[in-house]
Ligand binder design. Structure first.
Ligand code: FES
Length: 102
């Protein structure tokens, strides 16, 4: 089994019991997922970083929400334009992006 260095969970707004178009989805989470995938590909980080869409984290007011493990770093109020900084500074550089933390 491959164990990634970083596991990135991106809320896609779904609720386990129903609504597939919650707050994060309405705030462009699909574009954020696509941007993470393309940043990881371009930086050749796919051996170290796994990306998964996730259901609601329960803090919708701060959405779109992204959680990065193993550190348990949570980002919020993201836009697709924020993903490049997370990829460069955190996933590549090892330092969370302070201004985007929640
Ligand atoms: S829909 Fe993303 S945190 Fe609730």
């Amino acid at each position: 089994m491959i164990k990634p260095k970083y596991h990135v969970f991106i809320c896609n707004g779904g609720k386990i019991a129903g609504d597939r178009k919650g707050v994060c989805h309405a705030r462009r989470s699909l574009e954020i997922i696509e941007k993470f995938i393309s940043e990881i590909d371009e930086r050749e980080l796919s051996a170290d970083v796994m990306v998964n869409a996730a259901s609601c984290f329960g803090i919708c007011a701060k959405g779109p929400v992204v959680a990065v493990y193993p550190e348990g770093v949570w980002y919020g109020n993201l836009t697709p334009d924020d993903v490049e900084a997370i990829a460069e500074e955190h996933l590549e550089g090892g330092k969370p992006v302070e201004r985007l933390l929640i």
